[in-house]
Design a protein around this ligand. Structure first.
Ligand code: UD1
Length: 419
């Protein structure tokens, strides 16, 4: 295993480029199961998660060629059984369920189970495919679904915590090959769903309203191959904006889509950070002491849960008190203990974290617990006094492409070493 060693306090300056979106790439790769045609997908981030999805597609019968950031997928799915070992390492792989069911009439996919950010149910995925006329059973920890032919229907996909991104992806993909019309009410509005809709339409699907709470899909007989460029990763971009604010820097975040980040940009502006759209990039400047501000995470276009931990790292060094509440994953607070090891003053109060900003964080050995918590520790390490060692950085490698190299380019002192 590897660790990051960060020498804190280096001034950060210059340009940093955002990679393609991980969370959009996963359901798009899965959706290639819907066709026997050739799909060429460009700007795919080379990450552990995207490579796991490529491996999974190969085990399902597809031919997958990877050349730099281009992935070409051809051939046909020839088995409906998704390998447990691959699915269990990554929740995102559950989005092969809908495409397998639609293309082969059956799917056997391991249940993703819980993870450190909280319980991760699948009831909305099942509700969606049952509404399309499928049968579903559980056996040996797997979901076994079948339907000789899916039939379009109208359904409500809202749950206790709002819409579900991957349930929307699963149902939207499956409904493309269903008979007749499907309407998803309370669909997830995340930009990743918009991306998936554009991709599916480029394959010949007939989808309207992707990116809004009401998605209408007219089933077609067959989907074709396509060529598609992934849009940029809004969570990586948001992480860089928060990093720049914490390090009091002037940074141009290249290929960051301002329109995907309104909730964050608005919050940063309100606390004193200068965030400006600059063509296809975002310029972030922060010179003064910031004001603390509360956040509550919500599904898009609300403040993203995937930026909650990184925002907490910023508030940890912002004088005053802020309250951070996660309404999407109410238990997603593993990073509190690690930030406190670096001198932060954060306590948990039921579904919220109460942060009392301190003057300085201090470098310490810390443990990455999940992907976004790890990003929060990187931000903390970059602004801390002294040396921080972040263990288990395989979490970071799941979602941030060559992060150490990107940070070195803007002046950070980050070393990747063997643990
Ligand atoms: C996706 C993202 C993840 C992000 C999350 C929320 C990918 C690969 N992952 O995960 O990074 O944090 O969206 O923006 O795209 N829920 C149910 N029943 C279900 C499914 C979900 O109650 O069947 C609940 C979840 O527990 C959670 C909320 O709905 O409280 C949102 O989860 P969901 O949008 O499904 O997350 P994912 O799609 O798994």
């Amino acid at each position: 295993m590897e660790k990051f060693v960060i020498e804190g306090g280096m001034p950060l300056k210059g340009e940093i480029k955002v990679s393609g979106s991980k969370n959009a790439t996963l359901p798009i790769l899965a959706a290639t199961l819907l066709t026997d045609g050739v799909c060429e997908i460009r700007n795919v981030p080379k990450l552990r998660d995207t490579m796991t999805m490529c491996k999974l597609l190969r085990t399902l019968g597809k031919t997958v060629e990877i050349a730099g950031n281009k992935v070409t997928i051809s051939g046909s799915a020839n088995t409906h059984v998704a390998d447990y070992k691959l699915v269990s390492t990554m929740r995102g792989s559950f989005c092969v369920l809908g495409p397998l069911l639609a293309k082969l009439g059956k799917a056997n996919v391991s249940m993703p189970g819980g993870c450190v950010i909280g319980v991760r149910p699948i009831d909305l995925h099942l509700k969606g495919i049952l509404a399309l006329g499928a049968k579903a059973d559980f056996e040996g920890g797997n979901v076994i679904a079948s339907a000789p032919k899916l039939k379009g229907s109208q359904m409500y996909l809202g749950g206790t915590f709002g819409s579900s991104v991957l349930a929307t992806a699963n149902v939207m993909s499956a409904a493309c090959l269903a008979l007749g019309e499907t309407i998803i009410e309370c669909a997830a509005c995340e930009p990743e769903i918009e991306d998936l809709g554009i991709f599916l339409n480029s394959m010949g699907a007939k989808i309207q309203g992707h990116g809004t709470p009401r998605v209408v899909i007219h089933g077609v007989k067959k989907l074709n191959g396509t060529s598609y460029k992934m849009s940029s990763d809004r969570i990586e971009a948001g992480t860089f904006l928060l990093m720049a604010a914490a390090a009091k820097s002037d940074i141009l975040v290249k290929e960051a889509n301002y329109d995907h980040l309104w909730a964050l940009n608005d919050k940063l502006t309100s606390i004193g950070v200068d965030v400006k759209k600059d063509g296809h990039d975002i310029r972030v400047r922060c010179k003064k002491t910031l004001k603390p501000a509360n956040i509550v995470t919500h599904p898009h276009p609300g403040f993203p849960t995937d930026l909650q931990a990184q925002y907490m790292a910023l508030m940890a060094i912002t004088p005053g008190v802020s309250i951070i509440t996660d309404r999407v994953f109410p238990d997603r607070f593993m990073h509190i203990a690690e930030l406190n090891r670096m001198g932060a003053q954060i306590r948990r109060d039921s579904g919220s974290a109460i942060v009392e900003g301190v003057k300085h964080l201090y470098g310490a050995p810390v443990m990455a617990s999940d992907l976004r918590a790890s990003a929060a520790l990187v931000i903390a390490g970059l602004v801390a006094k002294g040396k921080t060692e972040i263990y288990r950085i395989y979490h970071l490698d799941r979602g941030y492409e060559t992060l150490d190299q990107k940070l070195i380019q803007i002046g950070a002192k980050v070393f990747r070493e063997k643990e």
